[in-house]
Design a protein around this ligand. Sequence first.
Ligand SMILES: *Cc1c(COP(=O)(O)O)cnc(C)c1O
Length: 345
Amino acid sequence: MFDLKSLVRPNIWALKPYSSARDEYSGKEAHTFLDANESPYNNPYNRYPDPLQRELKQQIAVLKEIRPEQIFLGNGSDEAIDLVFRIFCTPGRDNVVSIEPSYGMYEVCADINNIECRKVLLNSRFDIESERLLEVCNERTKVIFLCTPNNPTGNTLNSGEIKNILDRFNGIVVIDEAYGEFSDQPLWRNEINRYPNLIVLNTLSKAWASAGIRLGMAFAQVDIIALFNKVKYPYNINILTQQKAKDILNRRLDIEDWIKQTKNERLSLMYAVNELDICEQVFPSEANFFLARFKNANSVYDYLVNQGIIVRNRSQVKLCDECLRITIGSPQENTALLSALRQFK
Ligand SMILES: *Cc1c(COP(=O)(O)O)cnc(C)c1O
């Protein structure tokens, strides 16, 4: 049985959170705010932002078809990842399990928080085998981190295997769906009401073309989101970010267009790279990047750098020897990459 209280660090469960001026009075009717030691000058930047980002969450709730109370907003997904550790994992005692290869932040955050990170190697198709993953868990495993579509491999993970983990693991399962918009698979975000132990991460950094404003999202049932709200910095999302996020969310048709273009470019770029003599294999992708294995990845990487084109060298990563990770750019950028690769000797 899933028991949230037994998973939360006792000090966090007992925590009485900081109560800000904006928490204690959040109505809009008043005209004179003398409660937060703000300056009366330089409007609107003189005011503290809404600590719970209510307007922005309302907009996200409509778009993602969930309730505002099921949303946490962070300074990038990285804040949400860090809070997962601080809410659930007692330093020096608990552990988490993640897959390998995957996004590096799970392990870095584990290290920062002095939490053991147990890594389970994906199979040769870069997919998970749930039984092998569950075997690595013990009574001190609080969280499993999954990422689908996975970075740096680009593929989505088998949904039956993920379901098995959600059903059988009594701890928290974080599914990082940073690249979900580029995939044709059903989204795990739509499953949060079915699984009390599921946290899904989204971001404005990829499909929403707003990495610079730093806005990450976590979706889960309300009791988990309440814990995030208790632990986060009171004013963690500044007003500039809240405003820019509302602006980009209103441009939904542009975003859909950009996603469609990126998927078209992905198809033609992957095809063209696969045709090159220097390329051994292009791996399937449902993200805005793909992984390709070359005959000599380091020399291709150095050559591209010399041409002013930067891709990600993943050749030192487990299961990714001789692999480069290539982001889908604009048509011009992709053409520049291809013509450089065609001239490589
Ligand atoms: C890019 C990326 C993110 C986004 O992180 P932000 O902090 O929101 O910019 C999250 N997860 C994965 C796997 C990523 O590749």
